[in-house]
Write a protein that binds this ligand. Structure first.
Ligand SMILES: Cc1cc2nc3c(=O)[nH]c(=O)nc-3n(C[C@H](O)[C@H](O)[C@H](O)COP(=O)(O)O)c2cc1C
Length: 156
């Protein structure tokens, strides 16, 4: 595996895969998840993502999941293949899958926000972006998916 080196925010060297990819998908929950089920999902995802060097964020709103995953391409591909089989959601639609120079969510092996309980101040505007996800490009040239990733980067 090849790496490039970069300084992390603690000033120490951190290794990043050269083949860094970001994948953002949308899916629909097959049933409502309880608070405990969300907590279990978060714990399991963090452990596994951490071991794979995968970071990201998972949003839930009105039965819809939006997840950003970022890491080495083959790990993202493997993880997405696993997640696709998960019976807790369906109709997965990949909305963004591109190489990246740096991570948006450097510090989160996986962060979950259930927006049904309210939108955190630092994610204001996220619901509008989610509703626009199927548009190709907004007026400033970025797609809604790219704008979402930019927003995640600002708050992570
Ligand atoms: C919406 C959604 C997002 C998920 N995200 C992750 C994730 O980021 N990382 C992860 O390891 N599992 C995630 N999972 C759980 C996986 O689908 C799977 O259950 C888990 O990785 C355990 O798989 P395994 O038993 O094959 O190791 C997610 C599940 C759902 C429904």
């Amino acid at each position: 595996m090849s790496f490039q080196k970069e300084l992390n925010n603690k000033g120490t060297m951190k290794e990043e895969p050269v083949n860094l990819y970001q994948l953002l998908y949308k899916s629909y929950a097959t049933r409502p998840l309880s608070v405990e089920e969300f907590a279990d999902l978060l714990v399991d995802a963090r452990v596994k993502n951490d071991s794979l060097g995968v970071t990201g964020i998972l949003l839930y709103k009105n039965g819809v999941f939006i997840q950003l995953m970022e890491g080495e391409k083959r790990n993202i591909d493997t993880l997405y293949d696993v997640i696709k089989q998960d019976p807790r959601h369906t109709q997965l639609e990949c909305l963004y899958y591109q190489p990246a120079n740096e991570r948006a969510c450097k510090n989160w092996a996986m962060k979950i926000h259930n927006l049904d309980f309210g939108v955190p101040d630092n994610l204001l505007g996220v619901e509008q972006l989610i509703s626009q996800l199927h548009q190709q490009h907004l007026s400033d040239g970025q797609s809604p998916a790219e704008q979402l990733i930019t927003l995640f980067k600002q708050v992570s």
